[in-house]
Design a protein around this ligand. Structure first.
Ligand code: MD6
Ligand code: FE
Length: 216
């Protein structure tokens, strides 16, 4: 895989907008307190893919819909697959920031109905993928990072195109929108030990990511 670090001056591709340090530490803790309640109400699971392989990171959801994967494939569910309960609501401050940043990216009227919670242990990663299980790609995905830094990889529109690396830190918010909404991306590595603080919602020496989307 070809990789190359983004330098500070190198602009991100159109439709990739990174709001560095959008959330200060008190704002991050407020979100994480609310996510701790989500985790208690909707226990994170290690999901399985169609081919039987298990995903490395545990995941849960908040919002009307939750992303799920099992032997039948990927889809959005209205209820937690084990408890049968509806997913907890998206915390109001997460919703407010997602709506604000979508608007700053030129998308008015954003109303995310799904927010995936990704829990990375110190050795967590996420293989190269495109988010394409949603109905309308004109709605952006707004992605929040908490805990240890992550080496995020951003590719093109086929798996074969080279990827570039972007470092995501706790408090950063990344928006994929417009022409970049369906770019390939993933998380190559967690830089364990780089978290600015600890919080019980974040796995030890790991990272927590929220991705808000409009699924339907
Ligand atoms: C992560 N993020 O940062 C994984 N998807 O842990 C994603 O998969 C992602 O950051 C769509 C849009 C933005 C993202
Ligand atoms: Fe994604």
């Amino acid at each position: 895989m070809q990789t190359e670090m983004f330098s500070a001056e190198e602009p991100l591709p159109r439709g990739v907008t990174l709001f560095r340090q959008r959330l200060d530490e008190p704002a991050q803790c407020q979100v994480l307190d609310a996510i701790l309640d989500v985790i208690h109400a909707a226990p994170p699971l290690r999901l399985t893919m169609k081919n039987g392989a298990q995903l490395i990171n545990r995941m849960t959801n908040c919002g009307a819909l939750g992303w799920h994967s099992d032997a039948r494939g990927y889809r959005y569910l209205e209820h937690h697959p084990e408890t049968g309960a509806p997913w907890p609501a998206i915390p109001p401050d997460v919703m407010a920031v997602a709506v604000e940043l979508a608007a700053r990216c030129g998308v008015a009227g954003y109303a995310p109905d799904a927010c995936l919670v990704n829990l990375y242990a110190a050795d967590g990663r996420l293989s190269l993928h495109r988010d394409h299980d949603e109905c309308d790609f004109s709605w952006p995905i707004v992605s929040f990072s908490f805990g240890a830094e992550a080496v995020f990889v951003l590719g093109g529109f086929t798996r074969r195109e080279p990827v570039r690396e972007v470092l995501l830190r706790s408090g950063d918010v990344l928006v994929l929108h417009g022409p970049s909404r369906t770019r390939y991306h993933g998380v190559k590595k967690i830089l364990s030990g780089t978290a600015p603080f600890e919080h019980p919602a974040i796995p030890a020496r790991g990272r927590l990511n929220l991705t808000c989307r409009r699924a339907r």
